[in-house]
Design a protein around this ligand. Structure first.
Ligand SMILES: CC(C)(COP(=O)(O)OP(=O)(O)OC[C@H]1O[C@@H](n2cnc3c(N)ncnc32)[C@H](O)[C@@H]1OP(=O)(O)O)[C@@H](O)C(=O)NCCC(=O)NCCS
Length: 147
């Protein structure tokens, strides 16, 4: 079941992010929970939070800032369901597009986004520090989907 997370879901969200590793800070997540400029969606199974998505409201568009699913529950359509719920929130906000940035090495996320109708608009070279254990930097792919 997908719900909008609130302030009192903060500890469940931190536990989830600690294993999902979407790469957003605890500060950003707790700020988003109390903000009317953001929406954090959570997917619950048997009272456990197994996936979440963070959507920020911009003047014309919405930005998917994070999405993460517990490693044990990946590959079962949870990410896909969360993206559908993200698009419904963006429609409610009357956003024109949903935008996102993703590491070019993150094949799972890129396939998830493409499957949900996102297209690549550009590339920001050497945008991210390299993934743990790797040298150098990594580029970001910029993607978007009309709402
Ligand atoms: C990206 C992520 C959210 C996908 O969640 P998920 O619940 O496993 O995704 P789904 O089961 O809904 O899969 C949807 C589609 O994504 C793609 N996909 C998912 N996992 C994949 C993998 N390991 N390899 C390749 N494609 C994958 C597939 O196209 C899949 O559709 P299909 O099964 O019909 O082929 C999850 O892997 C995750 O939490 N990763 C770590 C955090 C992260 O990198 N977040 C993105 C940046 S913020």
């Amino acid at each position: 079941m997908i719900t909008e997370l609130r302030d009192n879901d903060v500890s469940a969200l931190m536990v989830l992010e600690a294993c999902a590793l979407s790469g957003v800070s605890a500060a950003l997540l707790s700020e988003a929970l109390g903000s009317d400029k953001a929406c954090v969606l959570g997917d619950w199974q048997e009272n456990q939070l197994i996936g979440y998505a963070l959507l920020a409201r911009l003047p014309f568009d919405a930005e998917l800032q994070a999405i993460g699913v517990r490693p044990e529950q990946r590959g079962q359509g949870v990410g896909d369901q969360l993206l559908k719920a993200v698009l419904a929130v963006a429609a409610r906000w009357q956003s024109e597009r949903v935008l996102l940035e993703v590491r070019e090495s993150n094949a799972a996320a890129i396939r998830l986004y493409k499957g949900a109708g996102f297209q690549q608009d550009g590339c920001r070279r050497n945008y991210y520090p390299a993934a743990e254990g790797a040298a150098g930097r990594e580029s970001a792919l910029l993607m978007s989907r009309p709402v």
